[in-house]
Design a protein around this ligand. Structure first.
Ligand SMILES: *[C@@H]1O[C@H](CO)[C@@H](O)[C@H](O)[C@H]1NC(C)=O
Ligand SMILES: *[C@@H]1O[C@H](CO)[C@@H](O)[C@H](O)[C@H]1NC(C)=O
Ligand SMILES: *[C@@H]1O[C@H](CO)[C@@H](O)[C@H](O)[C@H]1NC(C)=O
Ligand SMILES: *[C@@H]1O[C@H](CO)[C@@H](O)[C@H](O)[C@H]1NC(C)=O
Ligand SMILES: *[C@@H]1O[C@H](CO)[C@@H](O)[C@H](O)[C@H]1NC(C)=O
Ligand SMILES: *[C@@H]1O[C@H](CO)[C@@H](O)[C@H](O)[C@H]1NC(C)=O
Ligand SMILES: *[C@@H]1O[C@H](CO)[C@@H](O)[C@H](O)[C@H]1NC(C)=O
Ligand SMILES: *[C@@H]1O[C@H](CO)[C@@H](O)[C@H](O)[C@H]1NC(C)=O
Ligand SMILES: *[C@@H]1O[C@H](CO)[C@@H](O)[C@H](O)[C@H]1NC(C)=O
Ligand SMILES: *[C@@H]1O[C@H](CO)[C@@H](O)[C@H](O)[C@H]1NC(C)=O
Ligand SMILES: *[C@@H]1O[C@H](CO)[C@@H](O)[C@H](O)[C@H]1NC(C)=O
Length: 869
């Protein structure tokens, strides 16, 4: 079902320009990953032979390098130290399938934890189990994950925690495997200091997620409370790591025999072929399921699913809002009584949000209520309430402190997510995020002339999510950059109560898709316990096909709001529902999940797409079934060929199905039934790169017992390849030549004088993820022909869309003012004085480098290069 094409044809130069500056792509300087062209049946002898051949080829070309590490299982290759400019040569060696930059990454800002806490929180039951029907599953099946090994690749663990038996590797201990690949001081770029001890007392993330998957102290229980744990620490105290370290950890987890591996990393590229997708399909073939979170970039609209979640073998998990959750609260007392609102924990834990009938007020700053400007009134002795947005938290806090406030609540509209603000400073007042309603209610009361007080302490209380189940707003949307259907499903990720290291309070709340994937990892462990012979495809398909579909509220043009089936690029198969995952095992659906783009039109009609859906009965029972379909919401991805839609925009176009006149039938033991037909896309316009989706429903009966199963599908209206890569030339985010201050130059031709340290440079913003970027400089020769020069760092790979992203709106390229003088030899010489321009090529989606019209091209204005004397 999943598109392997990019990987199989991945003979492109996989190098990343080392002097792209300021962009998202952090790299480990001089560290590269090489994959040999071996298949899964290759032997250790083949590996040695390739390593030998590789070393020989490198020596023949006089490329100095050093082996850093060797990968022998699942991924066949090595990690080498070599200078960046050699990578295009290395990519062409016979012994090399792929050479990739070693990328660094950091764990999400959403999940950073305080350094210490003054309060030790008690174990409480896991409320997410109510939303997922976990408790109903437990009533039917006696499963605990006993005997199943869950590998956790994260920040380590505090194994002194009672939820893990307060032991490490001793006989009978639940944690039987573990290794620290990095050490406390690792920041993703410096030399790791590995040792045997994955103790984490400085970050806490790994302890929290391990608790969700497999914690158990009698009261608090993770999803697989008796599973055996392998703890592989890849994040230092700062929460950073690199691809090479994660690969080493994956290999160790595999060699230790882990059944389920949960990867704590989300690299932002989102390409299946990217090395960061870690060959998850190879793990799947060996029966190992890699569960990975899809990322926390939901606010950036579609096409944001990260790696390795997009890997074809991975189970990509997004976040849903649980029905019940633990939270700390603020109570506001007015003359009308006490009103209770949810809040986050203070980020630094230096101060607790602990108040007793303290006066509280809404910030006034000239009508904006954002506290971005100095307040127009004193807040002496008051707790201040303001709203998120328009400026940094630091800015708001400083204004609150200046006005004399004793505490600050920043109200945010993110569903049930109350992530703790991560702040650089060490402020004198406690700061929390609070529910959006708090701010609105207070404004109303204020207009009524009321005064009120606030009480709050550190106690956790249960709250009911009155808005009903929803996809978390921060959960990243698919599809994958190769149009693969991602995420696969969603699971509770908001306000999740779980273990924290002892010095951080024992238990606490974190939110993010990082919390969703270990929940699923634990469930997969239970399935493995129950069905030792089951394969990864069966586990995956069951989880996806019995999930609960969520609806979206859509406001029509007439202003009426209605509930429609959500899109699979947001919720995958739906939110996890485990009640029936162990019943009717072997009854699965296999379907055309991605119906591709308009180039996949059926020969019968250009507006039709063919589909097949197969119901497989791998059980000894006979079932009866019927088939229907339901269309999900259609989403606009680009308004026209040149405008990216940054706010999700739903439409509900009807998409009729035309299929064989089969409404149902009987399914005998060990047989399959296939329905084929067409989806009719006539109603969906072609101009906005609409992503369409829906569900195939099978209603299956075992006698009178109904067994619902449904499978998602999705596709793109329009031609994928036409999705715009760059903003319009007249747009302020269009590529431009820049000066040393990274500002666009205005004169023409602009003069870059390398003698004065001015090197030619430009910036660009990508409107769509790009697999391959090529940069050359061009020059007009005396006979008026154009000559293109290869330059250092001319390749970039797997860059994520960054158009209008607050984190990193531009990629920067700085030319060393040298070029290759002779195409057979890798020597660069200073470019002579003269006029040049940059020639930037961006490979279009699905295009191959050698095809015509494969690239979106930008040619910079001519500039004048003045070399140093
Ligand atoms: C990796 O393999 C190379 C070549 O066989 C060898 O020289 C090197 O020591 C190995 N490195 C490690 C860390 O095992
Ligand atoms: C569950 O299984 C365990 C053995 O794995 C057994 O000791 C226990 O009694 C069982 N519990 C129930 C309720 O069947
Ligand atoms: C209020 O917000 C608007 C728009 O963001 C801004 O232009 C204005 O300066 C703000 N006013 C104050 C007093 O901060
Ligand atoms: C923060 O400031 C307080 C004093 O206001 C000081 O006691 C504390 O050590 C500081 N903490 C850090 C981490 O800098
Ligand atoms: C806040 O109100 C809740 C009831 O909604 C109560 O359980 C809790 O104790 C109160 N907390 C404080 C600090 O007043
Ligand atoms: C599981 O993976 C997610 C991201 O893929 C990560 O954030 C989380 O920490 C991991 N959980 C465990 C238990 O390793
Ligand atoms: C998984 O098991 C099913 C039988 O239920 C079989 O059809 C399928 O080929 C198996 N897949 C793999 C990858 O082994
Ligand atoms: C985008 O479409 C407009 C018409 O809607 C057309 O004028 C323009 O050339 C197109 N741009 C590209 C890059 O295809
Ligand atoms: C651009 O590259 C040149 C040559 O490598 C270097 O000297 C210069 O510092 C770089 N400029 C910037 C702004 O990075
Ligand atoms: C390029 O280098 C090769 C090997 O050094 C040499 O044989 C050839 O003549 C050179 N070509 C040019 C155009 O300089
Ligand atoms: C392009 O390259 C691929 C291999 O990367 C090859 O299979 C294909 O035939 C080539 N196409 C053309 C038109 O050369």
């Amino acid at each position: 079902m999943v598109n392997h094409t990019l990987w199989l044809l991945g003979l492109l130069p996989f190098t990343l320009a080392a002097n792209f500056q300021g962009g998202l792509t952090n790299t480990v300087p001089g560290s590269y990953l090489v994959e040999f062209p071996m298949d899964d049946s290759s032997s250790t002898a083949d590996l040695d032979a390739y390593k030998h051949q590789f070393a020989q080829e490198m020596a023949d070309r006089q490329i100095p390098f050093r082996f850093i590490n060797n990968y022998t299982s699942v991924f066949h290759g090595c990690n080498i130290a070599v200078r960046g400019e050699y990578t295009s040569l290395i990519s062409k060696l016979e012994s090399v399938k792929v050479v990739a930059i070693d990328a660094t990454m950091s764990s999400d800002a959403y999940t950073k934890i305080a350094r210490r806490s003054l309060v030790e929180h008690p174990p409480l039951p896991q409320l997410a189990h109510y939303s997922t029907n976990y408790n109903k599953l437990m009533a039917k099946h006696n499963v605990t994950g006993k005997g199943v090994k869950i590998g956790i690749i994260d920040s380590g663990i505090d194994y002194n925690h009672p939820a893990f038996g307060s032991c490490y590797k001793t006989p009978g201990c639940r944690i039987q495997y573990g290794y620290d690949f990095v050490g406390d001081n690792y920041n993703g770029k410096n030399t790791p200091e590995p040792d045997d001890d994955p103790l984490d007392t400085c970050n806490g993330h790994g302890t929290h997620v391990a608790g969700i998957a497999a914690g158990n102290d009698g009261v608090f229980k993770g999803t697989a409370p008796e599973a055996t744990l392998g703890i592989y620490r890849v994040l230092g105290c700062q929460g950073s790591t690199s691809t090479s370290v994660v690969m080493t950890a994956l290999q160790k987890a595999y060699d230790d025999g882990m059944d389920v591996i949960n990867v704590s990393i989300s690299f932002p590229s989102g390409f299946t072929a990217d090395i960061a997708s870690f060959r998850t399909e190879a793990f799947a073939k060996q029966g190992v399921i890699v569960v990975a979170s899809v990322g926390n970039d939901g606010i950036y609209s579609m096409w944001m699913a990260g790696s390795p979640a997009v890997g074809s073998g991975a189970l990509a998990v997004g976040s849903s809002e649980p029905e019940y959750f633990w939270t700390q609260v603020v109570n506001i007392t007015t003359s009308a009584g006490v009103h209770t609102y949810s809040r986050s924990a203070p980020q630094d834990h230096l101060h607790h949000f602990d108040f007793d009938n303290t006066p509280v007020m809404v910030a006034e700053d000239g009508g904006n209520y954002t506290a971005c400007s100095p307040l127009t009134h004193s807040a002496e002795g008051f707790i201040l309430v303001t709203i998120a947005g328009d400026c940094s938290y630091e800015n708001k806090i400083q204004n609150a402190i200046n006005a004399g406030a004793v505490g600050l609540i920043i109200s945010i509209d993110t569903g049930n997510l109350f992530f703790s603000p991560t702040l650089a400073g060490n402020y004198s007042i406690p700061v929390v995020n609070g529910q959006n309603e708090l701010y609105h209610d207070m404004k109303t009361w204020k207009n009524q002339g009321k005064r009120f007080t606030l009480s709050s302490d550190e106690t956790f209380i249960t709250r009911h999510n009155v808005k009903g189940p929803k996809v978390s707003p921060y959960s990243s949307w698919g599809p994958g950059t190769d149009l693969s259907a991602k995420p696969d499903l969603i699971a509770p990720g908001s306000n999740i109560y779980s273990a924290l290291p002892l010095n951080m309070g024992l238990y606490g709340i974190i939110s993010g898709t990082s919390m969703s994937s270990p929940y699923v990892a634990g469930i997969v462990a239970l399935m493995r316990e129950k069905f030792p012979q089951g394969n990864v495809t069966e586990f995956k398909s069951l989880l996806i096909h019995v999930a609960n579909l969520l609806k979206e509220t859509v406001t029509s043009s007439s202003g009426k709001s209605e509930q429609d089936m959500g899109s699979i690029v947001q919720q995958g198969g739906g939110t996890i529902n485990v009640e029936n995952i162990m019943d009717d095992f072997g009854l699965t659906i296999e379907n055309s999940i991605s119906i591709g783009d308009d180039t996949h039109a059926s020969p019968e009609n250009p507006n039709w797409r063919k589909f097949t859906a197969t119901l497989k009965n791998n059980t000894p029972k006979t079932y009866k079934f019927s088939f229907i379909h339901s269309v999900g919401l259609t989403i606009t991805s680009y308004l026209d060929n040149e405008t990216y839609v940054s706010n999700i925009n739903f439409e509900n176009y009807p998409i009729p199905f035309r299929y064989q006149p089969i409404k149902g039938g009987t399914l005998l033991p060990y047989t399959t039934f296939t329905i084929t037909g067409f989806m009719i896309l006539d109603n969906v316009p072609m101009d906005r790169f609409y992503v369409v989706s829906g569900y195939y429903f099978f209603r299956i009966y075992d006698g009178d017992r109904l067994i619902p199963r449904q499978a998602p599908w999705m596709g793109l209206r329009g031609r994928f390849r036409d999705i715009p890569m760059l903003p319009r030339p007249d747009h302020h985010l269009a590529p431009s030549l820049i000066n040393d201050d990274k500002e666009p130059v205005t004169d023409s031709p602009h003069i870059y004088d390398t003698g004065k340290g001015q090197f030619p440079k430009f910036r660009f913003s990508l409107m769509f993820n790009c697999e391959l970027i090529l940069i050359q400089v061009a020059q007009r020769t005396s006979d008026n022909a154009v000559q293109y020069h290869d330059i250092e760092y001319m390749y970039g790979t797997y860059l994520q869309r960054n158009y209008k992203m607050l984190r990193h709106p531009f990629y920067f390229f700085n030319w060393t003012a040298t070029f290759k003088v002779n195409n057979t030899v890798n020597t660069y010489e200073p470019a002579p004085a003269g006029k040049y321009w940059f020639y930037l090529r961006l490979l279009k989606p699905t295009a191959k480098e050698n095809e015509t019209d494969a690239f979106t091209i930008w040619e910079s204005p001519e500039f004048q290069l003045v070399p140093a004397a």
